[in-house]
Design a protein around this ligand. Sequence first.
Ligand SMILES: [Zn+2]
Length: 475
Amino acid sequence: MLGKHVTDGVYGKEEPGRVAEAFEIGDFKPGVRAKARCDVMGVEPYSELDGMLVRRFLTPAHDQALKTLAFWMEQAGMTARRDPAGNLVGRYEGDTPNAPALLIGSHIDSVRNGGRYDGALGVMLGIDVVEALARAGRRPPFAIEVIAFGDEEGSRFPASMTCSRAVAGTVKPSVMEMTDGDGVSLAEAFAAFGLDPTRLEEAARKPGEVFAFLEAHIEQGPVLEAEGLALGVVTAIAAQKRLMVRFTGMAGHAGTTPMNLRKDPGPAAAEAILALERICSGGKDGLVGTVGRITALPGAFNVIPGAVEYSMDVRAEVAAIRDVAVEAVTAEIEAIAARRGLDVSVTLMQDLAASPCDPSLTALLEDAVAAIGQAPRRLPSGAGHDAMVIADLCPTAMLFIRCEGGISHNPREAVTEADCALAAQAMLGFVDRISTQFSLSSRTSAQREDPGPTRELGASGDPGSALRSARDDKL
Ligand SMILES: [Zn+2]
């Protein structure tokens, strides 16, 4: 069945009820097995601790996971290697050797007491996609590489996404100096893992080696479940601003200072937090605002605080929407302070740009989702992912998979076998659609007798150029 071309309706709407059934290859059920493998890796030796999942970068649990993943990659028909940054990369050659690669993957590390599917599911789904192709004897016109990024969460060292940054060529060698909670430097951890810390930058992929990246990931939010949908197509990874707000008044005795003579920053902060909620509730494009930490100083039952400090995290799919919200809330904060006779400061701590997914790839993914009878719901990702870093290397697309209650970074994280099977089908449909474009553009190129890059996906030399320029336009 898989040997047929997508236009034959293998994944088509014609037989949506039969897709799951038709999709079993012997005892191999793509997606279902991916989930089962995440479950296998949810415990020792793939976890550092008994009774909870914690698999941090460059630990023995990480090493065990890579050994088993390499075995599964080889079983699926890939060659597996560890790159100089500690990523595991499996390669399935296309119909011509050394063709540029479609990169599929996610991260294999976890937070402490994390869930089994965050990251790992995207890696396992990539392996299932390749095995489905291999078992059907199919080789696309490009290579497929499945990657397990070593460090997305930043749960061991203070910086996150070091490994995907290395692949994208945007990592700085100074990261080697950072230390984990036990004082072990990244350089020392590299050496202990059998990696050469001086070769980190050699993990960078050259332009043209990789033409697109597909990351499948659990949604980590409640939208798909609320709408009764298994899959979502990510439009962009949100732009994020982190700010600290500090209202300063006058500390005083909680019993002796009359209400009308106080300069209490507490109620001012309360008003300002409500203003953030109101402004973000009226927003669009995934605008969200969160106060995750509040501190009253000096912090005693019987003392009117002299200062109240809180964090603000504001995100939206489009940076301009986020920035308008931050400006509006800052204006309200200043008005509240002025009315109450308080001092206030709003300090920007971090400004992360949005990472739009590639419009052409996103349309292909959407089409692949629709073709298996699923409503192609577009949504932004409020959380950061490796895809936002890989966007510096090549165009990206992201598929979200519904997770129970939107719960993640928690052992209660859960996905269904049926949803994982649908994800694998959508990913295979995506591979088919890129293959078609690839072949079309090669033909166009041959007809014009022009061996140079074409405007289409699949140009010889740098097949990602058309997609990349589309992305640059959007940025
Ligand atoms: Zn993740």
